[in-house]
Design a protein around this ligand. Structure first.
Ligand code: TXA
Ligand code: MG
Length: 316
């Protein structure tokens, strides 16, 4: 039996599977089986107030668990499969544990052939958070998943390194579009498709009546074990050989610093996103005693990268 079929059987038995997606690896379970979903929370050490994203093979399957709207249909049409999670009113068959009791459910169709094959083979939607222990750095290779959660999963499907590298954009499309978590689909792309402004939660949504950020987005998340500080571009790097550096392009890193990661030497935000979490892991495993990371330009994918950096530093 091939690996996808084995993984699908494990899913239907209520077990957990490590699943590659284009963003980060997920820890997948049958979204319609409450006791399987509970295992995700236990394995990750994740608090029950943090709702899960449900992964579907196509829009038709999405509308079987959530109610569509014109905006949701348009975005699903243009951007799925892809790194966009839509927060929509849920249908009654979605267990409470998936949504942390909310009346909405986050749904996305991942752009990865193995994820899509697994969802189709299992024949059920898959609840999957990122496959890391709660609060830790998200995994972008199968090896990262085995390191942190090897004991908890039946199978880790190896789909190679993740192409996008940061998580999906979480969007509440109605009554007007608000990004709850910046990620792999940019605000610029959303605005172009919808032909209207798209707000970013907490930054643009000033009134108490408007949606806040997604639940579960804590100030400390994606965190290395070492102390991480952040640096505005243009300010001096510390001349300290024990300090690990996470640089945007790295043209101005001092000679003394031995532990350096350059997210994109050519200054490309997509490349920087792809490398972000693996670079942070390497620095965390290095002999550097503390870390400093620099903000990237705050446009396009830079919004999602800076969001992860701030949470990794405990400043989210
Ligand atoms: O790219 C991704 O989205 C990855 C891959 C595996 O698909 N998944 C992921 O899941 O990042 P996770 O659990 O690490 O983050 C899910 C976040 C929650 O913390 C919450 O902020 C938001 O999505 N979310 C989920 N359901 C929601 C809902 N009903 N309302 C508001 N936010 C929701
Ligand atoms: Mg996560």
């Amino acid at each position: 039996m091939n690996q996808i079929a084995q993984a699908a059987e494990a899913i239907l038995r209520g077990e957990l599977v490590g699943m590659p997606t284009e963003t980060v690896y997920g820890l997948a379970a049958n979204a319609l089986m409450a006791e399987a979903v509970v295992r995700i929370f236990t394995a990750k050490g994740r608090p029950a107030f943090d709702p899960l994203i449900v992964h579907v093979a196509d829009a038709t399957q999405a509308w079987s668990i959530a109610y569509a709207s014109p905006r949701a249909q348009l975005l699903a049409n243009k951007l799925w499969p892809g790194p966009l999670t839509l927060v929509l009113p849920r249908r009654a068959l979605v267990p409470d544990v998936v949504t942390s009791g909310l009346e909405t459910v986050g749904v996305r169709c991942p752009d990865h052939p193995m994820a899509l094959a697994l969802i189709r083979a299992a024949g059920v939607p898959l609840a999957a958070p990122s496959a890391n222990r709660f609060g830790r750095i998200s995994p972008t290779t199968a090896e990262h998943v085995r390191e942190q959660l090897g004991q908890e999963v039946s199978i880790v499907l190896d789909g190679g390194p993740c192409r996008v590298g940061i998580e999906s954009t979480v969007l509440l499309p109605d009554p007007f579009p608000v990004v709850l978590r910046p990620g792999g689909v940019t605000r610029e792309m959303l605005e172009k498709i919808l032909g209207e402004p798209v707000a970013i939660a907490d930054r643009d949504t000033k009134s108490a009546a408007l949606p806040k950020q997604a639940p579960g987005l804590l100030p400390s998340h994606y965190a290395p074990q070492k102390i991480l500080r952040l640096r505005q571009p243009g300010t001096p790097w510390p001349q300290d050989p024990t300090c690990g550096i996470l640089a945007w392009h790295g043209d101005d890193i001092p000679q003394v610093n031995k532990y350096c990661e350059r997210l994109s030497p050519k200054g490309d935000l997509a490349e920087a996103a792809t490398h972000l979490f693996a670079a942070l892991r390497r620095l965390d495993a290095s002999h550097a005693t503390h870390l400093i990371a620099e903000y990237v330009p705050a446009n396009g994918l830079g919004l999602g990268i800076n969001d992860r950096l701030m949470r990794a530093a405990g400043l989210g």
